[in-house]
Design a protein around this ligand. Structure first.
Ligand SMILES: Cc1cn([C@H]2C[C@H](O)[C@@H](COP(=O)(O)OP(=O)(O)O[C@H]3O[C@H](C)C(=O)[C@H](O)[C@H]3O)O2)c(=O)[nH]c1=O
Length: 189
C-alpha cells in the first residue's frame, strides 16, 4: 500500500496493492492495521456508493459540521473522477486552498480527505461509481456545502461549466466567505 501526502498535508493519495493472476485480481482496498502503520488510523463507520450517469456530474463541495464531521476515504470502482479537497480550517496556512487528484478504477488509487476539508468531485466519463468510507454517520442537519465555483477558491475543474450537472442544493451553495467555518487549524474535531 503506497501512502503519500498531497500538496496540503493531511490530504493523502493511497494506492493499495492489486494482486493479479489468470482469474483477475484481489486487493485489500482498506486495511486498518496497514494504514495505521502509515499514520492513518481512522475508525470508519459508514460505506457510501454513488453512481453518476454522465460525464460532468459535479457533487460538492460538502462537509458535515461537528460532532458529525467526517474523514473520507474515496475510491472509484468504475470510471474516473477529478476529486477536490478544500482546506476550510480557520487559521490554517492553506485556508481556502484546494488540492485535486484524478481518482480512477484504472489507477486503483484513493484519496483521503480529512475533517476540516470540504470535498467534491466531477466525473470525467459516464457511469462513474464512487465508493467511500466515512468516520461519522450521515446527518442531514449537520450537512453543509460551499459553492464549487467560488471565485475565491478558483478551483480548476477539468470539465467546462456548461457541461456540469449539479444538484439544486449544490447550485445554491454559499461562497466560503459567506459561512463561518466550524473548523480551526490544529484544534481537535
Ligand atoms: C451523503 C448521503 C446522502 N444520503 C441521501 C440523501 C439524498 O436523498 C441522497 C443524495 O444525497 P446528496 O445529494 O447529498 O449526495 P451527494 O451530492 O453525492 O453528496 C455527497 O457528495 C460529496 C462528494 C461528499 O463528499 C459527501 O459524501 C456527500 O455530501 O442520498 C444518504 O442517505 N446518506 C449519505 O451519507
Amino acid at each position: 500500500m503506497i501512502v503519500r501526502d498531497l500538496a496540503i498535508p493531511g490530504v493523502k493519495e493511497i494506492v493499495p496493492a492489486r494482486h493479479g493472476d489468470a482469474r483477475g485480481f484481489f486487493s485489500e482496498t482498506w486495511n486498518r492495521v496497514v494504514l495505521a502503520g502509515s499514520g492513518v488510523d481512522l475508525d470508519f463507520v459508514q460505506d457510501n456508493h454513488s453512481m453518476s450517469a454522465a460525464r460532468g456530474v459535479l457533487r460538492g463541495l460538502h462537509f458535515q459540521v461537528p460532532p458529525f464531521a467526517q474523514d473520507k476515504l474515496v475510491r472509484v470502482v468504475r470510471g474516473s473522477i477529478y476529486d477536490v479537497a478544500v482546506d476550510i480550517r480557520e487559521g490554517s496556512p492553506s485556508f481556502g486552498q484546494w488540492v485535486g487528484l484524478v481518482v480512477s478504477a484504472e489507477a486503483w488509487n484513493q484519496i483521503l480527505v480529512p475533517k476540516g476539508f470540504a470535498h467534491g468531485f466531477v466525473t470525467l466519463e459516464p457511469d462513474c461509481e464512487v465508493i467511500y468510507k466515512v468516520t461519522a454517520p450521515y446527518s442531514p442537519e449537520h450537512d453543509r456545502g460551499i459553492a464549487h465555483d467560488d471565485p475565491a477558491l478558483a478551483i480548476d475543474w477539468p470539465v467546462a461549466a456548461s457541461e456540469r450537472t449539479l444538484s439544486d442544493k449544490d447550485r445554491a451553495a454559499p461562497r466560503l466567505a459567506a459561512i463561518e467555518s466550524p473548523f480551526s487549524y490544529g484544534a481537535a474535531v
